[in-house]
Design a protein around this ligand. Structure first.
Ligand code: DC
Length: 636
């Protein structure tokens, strides 16, 4: 179980794991090339290990050198001899190598785990036969295991049904460049996931092949093989979705890379969608930067057919939009690692959303968000997407965090580098209920509570005890510079002494209001308050007069509490246990203090421009806490 701590605005730069689809394509092409290739920034995860170990099993010399894969290409023939290889659960490994095995001298038997044995292979087997390969399907319905006898890949024209998987087309393309003569592939059926075919062509081109489209459903692959090279693997665009979505919903800025401008990775389609939701995005020098505006995320209606892997991050982002989002044309998602449509809907509902599914779409209506323990259904993308939701919704836990190893083993460490402490800023005049409310909000979200008034009161007490005039800036500043003030568990400590009760007197209140008008005192105490918060990794509810304007101007949640003067005086009289007759005198004191706090030259009491003002005159504490909790969740 992994508990996610909520975050303030993000400020981070993320090195993405290498793209899984590009790593596995480059491995196959490099194994077929002439000479030694180096694949820089390759992905080391379950699916690429299956490819590396299968190639090694075929007799290809492939090895890791830190984050590079070094591949000794055998000039069009990936090893030789009779071998059996295990593609485990990796569909690209089984399919790409079934085609490449036709180029080997010897018999190659390819098998995989139970799930892989259920996946279709027949269209590939038939198309390979059309190019002169000798492929036997030993499983029922032309499924795994496959046995390929080579070398036999003559070339010529063949037909492939591209309606089921683009991986068949990619497999044929990569092997075809090493056939005896040119290859023409005619694609039948509606072509699914066309960007993945373009991805294959791009990798092939990098290794010297001139393969390309000749019309909407014909591909031509000239014979001639590949040349070895040093190749930079792009960062994984599917992985990029999580940090990008994090900045979209938490605010702040995140930069991810390396992804070159000419990248054709399908999931980059998410960038435009996040842009339509209100984020600001730029793509420069191989890096994508996103700046979030969480207060104004717009709902969207998007056809995500071409970028199915990005749907999970999008659905989670939609939880924070200002209305209902529709994600359509995603029937394919039901056939992935889990039935992603239903599983996604179930987990989104746990967080308070209303979700409607159809066979090929998902509608997300954000509701009153609430904490939940999330079951990723053995799906790495579910775990990563919902962990991102936890940066906004306090109390989210991921039940099976280790599933992320499939594509991004370091994901949770990276998530931690994205996080900044969440600061909830609550300002307002005396007697408005700041302390009780702040304490309760902090408790609800697992944040610490800092009452900054206590720091000014402690300084004032020291001034009073030292017999210094509270307006004598020079003398007060000298004293304050040497003070040790700490606020811990609601107690105020002055030079290690608990002065919580001593600082509540009216005399100290008046002195506090006066010393707090001195710029040098403020400088020292603001510094102390920021240090206090920086030491709290989860974040804090910070209350005072200038928290939203001066101490934490970037806080994503700013509240300014007000109440009628008589109401505030009555509350204060109640707090101090005085008789109701005292109300007029306390009201007059407060009015004088308000006047001084609001008109002083430095950090006067006033709402920040982006603060939400709440008049609490007729609200109970619970109502105020409820209203602020909603602001914390919705960040507006
Ligand atoms: O919140 P309080 O009543 O304990 O605050 C005591 C005094 O400290 C109050 O008169 C104003 C001052 N103060 C301030 O100037 N800035 C803050 N952030 C908090 C308190």
């Amino acid at each position: 179980m992994k508990h996610i701590t909520p975050s303030g605005p993000i400020s981070a730069s993320v090195r993405l794991p290498g793209s899984k689809s590009i790593t596995n394509r480059a491995l196959v092409v490099a194994a077929l090339a002439d000479g030694i290739s180096r694949l820089r920034g390759a992905l080391d995860a379950d699916d690429t290990r299956a490819m590396v170990e299968s190639l090694q099993g075929m007799g290809v010399d492939v090895r890791w050198e830190q984050t590079d894969l070094v591949v000794v290409g055998a000039g069009g023939s990936p090893g030789h001899g009779d071998v059996t290889i295990d593609a485990r659960g990796s569909g690209t490994t089984a399919r790409f190598l079934a085609a490449a095995a036709a180029l080997r001298a010897g018999t190659t038997t390819i098998d995989g785990n139970r799930r892989l044995r259920e996946r279709p292979m027949g269209d590939l087997v038939r198309a390979l036969g059309g190019l002169g390969a000798a492929v036997e399907a030993l499983g029922e319905d032309d499924r795994l295991p496959l046995r390929i006898h080579g070398p036999a890949l003559e070339g010529g024209a063949t037909v492939v049904d591209a309606g089921r998987s683009s991986q068949f087309v990619s497999a044929l393309l990569m092997a075809a460049a090493c056939a005896e003569s040119d290859v023409i592939l005619e694609l039948t059926g509606p072509v699914v996931s066309r960007p993945y075919i373009d991805q294959t062509l791009q990798v092939m081109a990098a290794f010297g092949s001139g393969a390309g489209w000749d019309g909407p459903s014909t591909l031509i692959v000239p014979a001639g093989g590949y040349e070895a090279r040093t190749y930079d693997i792009e960062g994984d665009a599917s992985a990029a979705a999580y940090p990008l979505s994090a900045a979209a919903i938490c605010g702040g800025t995140v930069t991810v890379g390396p992804i070159p401008a000419e990248s054709v990775q399908a999931d980059l389609a998410l960038l435009a969608v996040l842009g339509r939701m209100g984020a600001e995005i730029s793509h420069r020098a191989g890096r994508i930067t996103l700046t979030g505006r969480p207060r104004t995320l717009q709902p969207v209606a998007e056809d995500m057919n071409a970028a199915p892997d990005a749907v999970l991050a999008l659905a989670v982002t939609a939880l924070f939009a200002d209305g209902e989002s529709h994600i359509t044309d995603i029937a394919n998602l039901r056939l992935k690692e889990s039935d992603r449509i239903e599983d996604l809907a179930a987990e989104l509902r746990k967080l308070g959303a209303t979700v409607v599914t159809t066979p090929d779409s998902l509608t997300v209506e954000p509701g009153d968000l609430r904490p939940a323990s999330i079951d990723p259904h053995d799906d790495h993308r579910m775990a990563m997407a919902f962990a991102v939701a936890g940066l906004r919704i306090p109390g989210v836990a991921i039940e099976d965090p280790e599933v992320v190893a499939k594509t991004w083993p370091e994901f949770f460490d990276v998530l931690e580098t994205l996080r900044s402490p969440l600061v909830v800023a609550i300002d307002g005049p005396a007697g408005v209920g700041k302390s009780s409310v702040s304490e309760a909000v902090a408790g609800r979200f697992g944040l610490r509570h800092l009452e900054t008034g206590g720091t000014y009161r402690a300084a004032a007490l020291a001034v009073v005890e030292a017999g210094i005039e509270p307006d004598d800036e020079e003398a007060v500043a000298r004293l304050v510079d040497d003070l040790e003030v700490d606020i811990a568990a609601g107690r105020v400590l002055l030079n290690g002494r608990d002065v919580t009760d001593d600082v509540r007197t009216e005399a100290v209140s008046t002195a506090a209001s006066r010393v707090s008008a001195l710029p040098r005192v403020r400088r020292a105490l603001v510094e102390l308050q920021r240090r206090w918060v920086a030491a709290e990794t989860s974040g804090a509810v910070v209350e005072g007069r200038d928290i939203g304007t001066v101490v934490f101007p970037d806080s994503p949640v700013k509240v300014f509490l007000t109440a009628d003067p008589e109401v505030r005086a009555a509350r204060r009289v109640g707090d101090l246990g005085l008789s109701p007759e005292e109300i007029p005198r306390i009201a007059a004191d407060m009015a004088a203090r308000d006047e001084r706090d609001s008109t002083r030259a430095v950090s006067p009491l006033r709402p920040a421009q982006d603060a939400v003002e709440l008049d609490t005159s007729n609200m109970s504490i619970d109502e105020v806490v409820g209203a602020i909790s909603r602001l914390v969740l919705h960040r507006r």
